[in-house]
Design a protein around this ligand. Structure first.
Ligand code: AVJ
Length: 327
């Protein structure tokens, strides 16, 4: 398979770091202060997220894996449809921990498909490119390195196959409700009638269970959040003292919004390159939203943006849903 995701050109690296700098300064000059959660995922952040996924309190990954093992017959039946070839496109594949089961089942049933993982992280795609061929010999892998929708357009030019788009792990939860509607609308515009989407949502449940998942007893989520300050120190010449900040997580059952914050424990100033930012004692940085959904909200997201819900696959506890939608 082709891979040109290593060795990014110097200009791209510079451009990305400039974008990072601008986004950080923009977020920290707002009131209340915030930082974009998409920057959590550098090498250390990827490792911490792996630890989160396998931790006792973070139930999401286990629930979705349950779906991707027990509900595979329904899923593959939906995808294979009259045996026509298709492109299986995964937005933000990570290590394919869940999707690998689907790919194996499809291969066993001799389905004809290409696998197209899309990610902004070259490291993620490199890892897929080196590990997947041994597990699934002969499956064509076409890694697409870049933003979701730009790469979806590229995939469209690449082949005229029908498409099956996976967006797993409740990644959509990192958007506000309004942003997730805009995202689905944009996704719909990149697809054609007959194309399928499988979107993972974390469902509303006992509020204490949800808060525990983002406030784990081992403090990994705290490290995961603090790692972004560390990254700013390393990559943008910041001087955050990590001991000045404490992780706090809230879950509001009324809105389904689970939010992470870093609270500054004293009056402090922080320098990032030649900008100085002041923090008052107990001032916080809003780091992330992990939105939880009702089944009605999931269906609404489909129907309002040009999709038809075809099936809602849940785990045995009904904590998580992989919603299957058709255009
Ligand atoms: C990868 C965005 C789905 O919000 O549950 C895990 C990230 N943040 N613990 C989530 C995350 C804190 C995760 N997503």
């Amino acid at each position: 398979s082709q891979s040109n995701v290593k060795n990014l050109p110097k200009e791209t690296v510079a451009k990305n770091s400039q974008q990072f700098y601008e986004d950080v300064l923009e977020g920290l000059s707002q009131y209340p202060k915030k930082l974009p959660s998409k920057y959590f995922y550098n090498a250390a952040g990827d490792r911490l997220f792996q630890q989160i996924m396998h931790s006792a309190d973070y139930y999401l990954t286990r629930c979705e894996l349950d779906i991707f093992t027990t509900r595979l017959p329904e899923m593959t039946k939906l995808l294979i449809k009259e045996g026509t070839p298709f492109d299986l496109i995964e937005l933000g594949p990570g290590d394919c921990y869940k999707s690998i089961h689907l790919m194996k089942a499809l291969t066993k049933q001799q389905a004809t498909f290409n696998y197209l993982p899309i990610d902004i992280s070259g490291a993620v795609l490199d890892l897929i490119n080196t590990t997947l061929p041994a597990l699934l010999p002969g499956m064509p892998i076409i890694p697409l390195h870049g933003e979701y929708f730009r790469m979806l357009s590229k995939a469209n030019k690449h082949s005229a196959n029908r498409k099956v788009v996976l967006c797993l792990g409740s990644n959509i939860g990192n958007m506000s409700m309004m942003e997730s509607h805009a995202f689905c609308q944009d996704l719909r515009r990149h697809l054609d009638p007959g194309d399928l989407v499988i979107m993972g949502f974390d469902l509303v449940k006992n509020p204490n269970m949800i808060r525990m998942a983002y406030n784990d007893r081992d403090g990994i989520t705290s490290q995961f959040n603090l790692n972004l300050l560390k990254r700013i120190n390393h990559e943008l010449g910041g001087n955050f003292n990590l001991d000045d900040f404490e992780h706090y997580c809230s879950y509001e059952p009324e809105t389904g919004a689970c939010k992470s914050f870093l609270v500054c424990l004293e009056d402090r100033t922080v320098r990032i390159r030649d900008t100085t930012i002041s923090f008052k004692k107990n001032e916080y940085i809003w780091m992330e939203i992990s939105q939880k959904f009702t089944q009605e909200q999931v269906d609404d997201l489909a129907l309002k943006n040009g999709f038809k819900p075809v099936s809602n696959l849940m785990d045995s506890k009904q904590w998580f849903v992989d919603a299957c939608w058709v255009v």
